[in-house]
Write a new protein. Sequence first.
Length: 391
Amino acid sequence: MSSPPVILLGGDTTALSIARSLGRAGVAVHGIGVTRWAAASRHISVIEVPPGAAPEDAWAQLLLGPATEALRGAVVLGTSDVGLMVLLRHRTALLERFRLDDADVTAQMEMLDKLSTYERAREAGVPTPLFWRIDTPEDLDRHREALVYPLIVKPLLSHEFKARFPGQRKFLVAADFAELRAAHAELAAAGLAVMLVEKIPSSDEQLCSYSTYIDPGGNPTYDYTKRVIRRFPPNEGMATSHVTDRNEEVKEVALRLVKHVGLRGLACVEFVHDLRDDRLKLIECNARFSAANPLVQAAGLDLARHVYERAAGRPHELPATYRTGLRMLYPVDDFRSFLVLRRRGELTFGQWVRSVAHRQVLPVFRADDPLPAVARALLRAANILRLPVRG
């Protein structure tokens, strides 16, 4: 049976890991909006995006226009929040040309919006940090007496924040009311809708997650948990070191939310362990592949193949078990995290060495597909040196 091609929408490490999995299986992989360094992979054929257009509009036009006419019948996967938004907003039209994964559009849209995620979690009895809806500066004054610090000033749509504030940050943090006003004004000026979330006093090791795939009958086809070891910047940035585990409590609380909202397809639910009351508190729920997909795959769960085959209308089963204690590392960023933690007196060099002295999954470098790692290193060096980069 022939394998239809696949089109990946956006992403970097996530898109790269999916392309490597499907490319090795003989599937022709095409990328729209994939980052330049990930697109250097020998497994990805780039569909060029016209310059200047907003990504969501441009990607939708490419999918529904003549540029992808020859790819009718392809499987289309959202490998970023923007990609997922394209699939949800244009699902009916896209289904006339392509194969898409199973989805409940309403549930997935609710999980993209961080405020509705927290509201639905509250309905499901899933613990969350304290949170407040903020529509105007006057709302800050109205809630002033109830606010607790530090506070996360969180965009409702993460991909809009990333587009306006590229870099390692995922949100802004306010230590007092004056900083809160300034942070809110900064995001409001950028046209972003925001909410306020209590910043749980915790370390990065208290971050954990559960991922699964929910079939049309509402049943999970696999269970998988992992936890974070470090992030950069510490306590607010992207994870730089992860380890797989098996945590039944995380699974139970996550499935409570997933089943309550009626998600279909992929789901990844992130929590922080609040040491004050020994409870898991929701961070977010992503109805797509996670950035840690290379670790999931290395642990024995080939989600790319699982989702692809199901979207193509063919059965595919995942193993009932996976490797625990397996680690994934972003070496440069993890070292930068160590430097910050050492300055704070929270981590010694010896402790850091011992924490990385394990067999590690490297999400970007592969000996049989080295160009993405080279391209990424060159781009980062150019950014550090502030040199212009062509391409």
